[in-house]
Ligand binder design. Sequence first.
Ligand code: ZN
Length: 231
Amino acid sequence: PSTSAAQFVAPSSDRPAVNVLPPLVSAAGIAREVTVESLTKKIRVLGQLEDSFIIATDPEGLLLIDQHVAHERILFDKYRALEAARTSESQNLLVPETFDLTPAQAAAFDAVAGELESYGFALMRLSGRTVAIKAVPADLPPSEARNILAEVLETIDAEKRGAARATLRDEIAASLACRAAIKINMPLTEEKMRWLIDRLLTTSSPTTCPHGRPIILRLKKRDIEKAFHRP
Ligand SMILES: [Zn+2]
């Protein structure tokens, strides 16, 4: 949905002057998803909005970057590449943790145990529905091993279990990436924001997250000028 500049002008002259002002929501209508082709390395970081969105400029205008999905894309590509090359990294737990699977989780576990190992999990099925977690993939907090495994198994729900292996591997990578990524409402240093943008630009798809959400919005210079009623 886009808001044209024409809507900023009051349609009839008998309205009070205050109605001539554009509604606040009009700004949302002119911040649009960016295309990969329009991205360059000339991105300058200005700051952070609400500890959640990076504010930056590029030659075409003002950029808003969702820090969580940006990092998610970086980690998704990393997990997929390491898995494809069979070089996944693991972090060993000091003490293995045991995890009691629900019947649904146990069925999911049986379907994807091999994939989980190839991402860096070290798992051992004990008696019944109990699993020992000995290691978790890189970048994830080992202290949350149980939650991470539960979340991954949750994404492999019944209908997906019959899906192609590549689809299952993507689902697992997306779940791990979401878990490991920087959250929103987290203050970032300028260096960290710079790192995120530089790394994002090297990924397979810098403008969309693994689940298809936009990562970067742009307010074009021309639209800013129009909104200020500049010719
Ligand atoms: Zn996420």
